[in-house]
Design a protein around this ligand. Structure first.
Ligand SMILES: Nc1nc2c(c(=O)[nH]1)N[C@H]1C(S)=C(S)[C@@H](COP(=O)(O)OP(=O)(O)OC[C@H]3O[C@@H](n4cnc5c(=O)[nH]c(N)nc54)[C@H](O)[C@@H]3O)O[C@H]1N2
Ligand SMILES: Nc1nc2c(c(=O)[nH]1)N[C@H]1C(S)=C(S)[C@@H](COP(=O)(O)OP(=O)(O)OC[C@H]3O[C@@H](n4cnc5c(=O)[nH]c(N)nc54)[C@H](O)[C@@H]3O)O[C@H]1N2
Ligand code: SF4
Ligand SMILES: [Mo]
Length: 767
């Protein structure tokens, strides 16, 4: 695969015949989608090499912004530990195996398990990086069709589910979530998010720090609710150091104040909401005075925050991981949106707006107008609700450990490291050892893939053609950008779509068909699903569309399909100046499709056609919130601290720690502890401290810091790279510890089944 010529800014040849291209594309490492320029030298014999990666000043969305991780895309390309071909487990360790043999072996083992025990005996786990790679997203969907198992898992239940469930119930549909109009608001109320370090999440906004600074420069106000004085809190006008887990109570108390002080004004949403009186009724019992102690925020502060939000000219409310992965994650997201809706900020410039992505993934969800299905099925062992077609990760280990006939016996994992990312990590690792067969698609032999029977590596990001199918659903501006591969495919590797298609084909028993033929079948299946939700539904028929697509198999034509049938698409000729992949590729810097605009009520997909303000599934958790307020919020004597996590700019969950450029500098896997607590326990910075939770303990160096509030300690996740049998020569030198060895797998956010990763009770002692 060579990049298309229009992607190159210039091409120059050295006297030795080396050519240099500058390829413009998107960085796929985090959700910010920064435009980058990759300078690649191409020489006969030595192949392609990354010479330079820089921000693209002409990208209309990121305008040149990049963070230090962008440069790591080159390191990832060069990392000698990155796998350059499939590996098979043998009695004496992993050894190379050919692609065809590997795929045959995987299919043979998976179909044998399926035929003997049913398809639910095969589990699928999709990890976070798939979100950034269109090939993986689209062709994992093909694997899911080939292996139609109930035993589906993803990192979503460690992350976004509370938001999906809440937004799904209130607005209907899949992926139908409004985002803060950060560039035009005068007041931004942030709950449990640290975009300055994370670069934003479910709010695609490259260069977010500058956007927040611009908000303040135009006289706006930034308020951050977080137990830790984060990089974002540090640039805010006000930091509210809440006790972990106190958000739902505090925010619902703010809603209480809105009613009590007659500050409710629905604005654009008036006429489109249901059950407002029910909301008033349920928050009546939550005055600020009742919740203040449990939240660790004074009642008068809660009242003032509500008034300021209501009175600000243009305000947005935004919550992320700290709002989601806690005991009351769904209630918290509900309260966040209530604050916005009840103060008239939904669907208004400078408030919350629904993006109109150029390519929509909605076809992969339910039928248009169908209520999102939560809990249609129950997980066999503990009866967790099925959410968006998956079991929560809280059910993962137990479904493998179980003695039931229908237990999980095989696992297919793509771009996931559940041994680092899932609570009660020791149990996850033990469960993986019990599997009869495991195949992993991953770059590395790491904490998770060391348990696999087969590891099938994908090509690194710069070798992939891609388009941000997922993240532009949450972009604060409607934009589109094609990202052509900057590098050729290294010898020994193949694009992941071919690997996934090859596996799906074999599992379905379609060995006799070529990949091209199977891909045609895939297109034939997807076209009607996309058309059904398209603005061109009824104006085109499936045959016409298939004929209009390229004949060449692979992700490009699927992306073309999604663009052309999308909100800004050319409708295969119906809108002459609309988007197609070809058109987009003519603008290598990307295109702006305009600011987000009001879209009520068309954006609503609830069966009622209205915004459901009081979904029963969410209200059903309120009695647990009351219990928590009435006593369960107090900490126990044996585990008196509450553990939270953190992200920092040079990490990405568990997987960039093998890149030397990102590993420079001091140790980052430290336990932050407030000075008063440290003094009481006789702990100084650098001392090893033991962090003990209900299910395990780790020892990490202390970092005495009043960034965290007393009673709270903070340890990042994604570390613990010391395990034998891995091949991570850089990461293993400074391995850090795995926070998920301490974090419990017992509790979940009830409405969504999401694991509770923050506010976990622990004890702290000097080790
Ligand atoms: N550099 C970098 N960027 C990343 C990632 C990364 O690992 N590194 N990961 C990516 C991924 S997968 C995601 S999901 C996003 C996450 O993006 P963010 O949510 O912005 O990132 P976090 O740092 O997890 O921020 C969560 C915040 O919640 C706070 N918090 C913890 N508990 C509570 C609580 O009970 N209440 C409140 N109010 N706050 C609480 C934490 O102190 C933390 O500051 O970042 C993405 N971007
Ligand atoms: N305690 C605690 N636990 C957490 C979190 C937390 O804040 N605290 N955050 C949670 C969140 S938000 C998330 S999203 C999860 C992430 O959890 P996971 O998605 O399970 O794991 P990651 O750490 O993102 O690891 C990604 C894996 O994919 C591989 N990989 C990277 N890119 C690609 C690719 O393009 N293709 C393929 N095939 N493989 C690739 C990497 O080598 C790595 O093995 O962790 C969750 N776990
Ligand atoms: S913020 Fe950094 S990691 Fe995220 S997309 Fe931009 S350059 Fe890449
Ligand atoms: Mo995440």
């Amino acid at each position: 695969m060579t990049p298309t010529s229009h992607s190159s800014l210039h091409r120059a040849a050295d006297p030795d015949g080396t050519t240099r291209d500058i390829v413009r594309r998107t960085c796929t490492l985090c959700e910010a989608t920064c435009g980058i320029r990759v300078t690649v030298s191409r020489a006969a014999g030595t192949g392609d090499r990354v010479e330079r990666i820089e921000g693209d000043p002409e990208d209309p969305f990121s305008r040149g912004h990049v963070c230090p991780k962008a440069h790591a895309l080159g390191d990832l390309q060069d990392d000698p530990d990155r796998l350059r071909g499939p590996l098979r487990r043998t009695a004496t360790g992993f050894e190379p195996i050919g692609w065809e043999e590997a795929l045959d072996l995987a299919a043979e083992r998976l179909t044998a398990i399926r035929d003997a025990h049913g398809v639910d005996a095969i589990a699928l786990y999709r990890g976070n990086p798939t979100i950034h790679d269109a090939q993986s997203l689209l062709y994992w969907n093909v694997v899911q069709r080939a292996i139609p198992t109930r035993s589906q898992f993803s990192a979503g239940s460690l992350d976004t589910w509370p938001r999906w469930v809440q937004a799904g119930l209130m607005y209907g549909g899949f992926l139908n979530t409004p985002v803060p109009d950060v560039d035009r608001c005068d007041h931004l109320f942030v709950v449990g998010a640290n975009p300055v370090a994370s670069n934003g999440s479910l709010m695609t906004a490259p260069g977010i720090k500058k956007r927040l600074e611009a908000l303040r420069a135009r006289g706006g106000r930034l308020v951050v609710v977080d137990p830790r004085r984060t990089e974002t809190a540090a640039i805010a006008d006000e930091h509210v150091p809440i006790r972990p887990g106190g958000d739902a109570a505090m925010l619902l108390a703010m809603v209480h104040v809105l009613f009590e002080e007659s500050l409710v004004d629905l604005g654009a949403a008036a006429g489109f909401v249901r059950d407002l009186p029910r909301v008033r009724e349920v928050v009546a019992s939550l005055p600020p005075e009742r919740v203040a102690l449990a939240c660790g925020v004074e009642a008068e502060t809660i009242r003032r925050l509500a008034r300021e939000l209501a009175r600000a000219p243009r305000a947005a409310v935004y919550g992320r991981m700290g709002a989601s992965v806690q005991r009351f994650g769904t209630l918290t997201h509900w309260a966040i949106d209530l604050l916005a809706i009840l103060t008239g900020r939904l669907d208004r410039e400078g408030g919350l707006l629904f993006p109109r992505p150029a390519a929509s993934l909605a076809f992969a969800g339910g039928r248009p107008g169908e209520a999102p299905a939560f809990g249609r099925e129950k997980s066999p062992v503990s009866g967790y609700d099925q959410i968006l077609g998956e079991w929560p990760m809280a059910a993962f280990s137990e479904e493998i450990e179980s003695e039931r006939e229908d237990r999980i016996r095989a696992l297919v994992v793509i771009a996931g490291n559940p041994v680092c990312s899932t609570p009660h990590a020791a149990r996850v690792a033990r469960a993986l050892d019990r599997l009869e067969f495991m195949v992993a698609f991953d770059y590395y032999l790491n904490e998770t893939t060391r348990h696999a029977d087969l590891i099938l590596p994908p090509t690194p990001p710069l070798s992939n053609d891609t388009y941000d199918l997922a993240l532009l659903h949450f972009a604060v501006e409607n934009v589109a950008k094609w990202s052509p591969a900057a590098m050729g495919v290294e010898p020994g590797l193949r694009p992941i779509w071919r690997t996934l298609l090859g596996l799906a084909k074999r599992v379905m028993g379609l060995h006799a068909l070529s990949d091209e033929q199977v891909d045609d079948l895939v297109v034939g299946q997807i076209v009607p699903l996309v058309l059904e939700r398209s603005p061109f539904a009824g104006k085109l028929d499936a045959t016409q569309i298939v004929e209009g697509l390229a004949k060449e198999p692979g992700p490009r034509r699927l992306i073309d399909l999604l663009l052309r049938l999308g909100a800004h698409g050319d409708g295969f000729g119906l809108v002459p100046d609309g988007l197609s992949l070809e058109r987009l590729a003519e603008c290598p810097q990307g295109v702006s499709l305009g600011r987000l605009e009001p879209s009520l009520p068309e954006c609503l997909e609830t069966p009622s056609g209205a915004i459901e303000l009081a979904p029963e599934r969410i209200l059903a958790d309120l009695p647990h919130l009351a219990e928590w307020l009435d006593g369960a919020s107090s900490v126990g004597v044996d585990r008196p601290f509450l553990l939270i996590g953190r992200r920092e700019i040079r990490s990405m969950n568990s997987w960039l720690h093998n890149l030397p450029s990102l590993m420079k500098g001091r140790d980052r896997c430290t336990l932050e502890i407030a000075s008063a607590d440290a003094a009481r326990l006789g702990i100084a910075t650098g001392d090893p401290v033991r962090i003990t939770g209900r299910v395990g303990e780790v020892v990490a160096p202390a970092e005495v810091s009043d960034r965290v509030r007393p009673g709270v300690v903070c340890l990042p996740h994604g570390w613990g790279h010391h395990l034998p049998g891995t091949m991570l020569s850089v990461a293993s030198k400074r391995p850090g510890v795995n926070a998920n060895l301490v974090i419990d797998d017992a509790g979940v956010d009830r409405p969504s089944g999401t694991s509770i990763l923050t506010g976990v009770p622990v004890s702290i002692t000097r080790a």
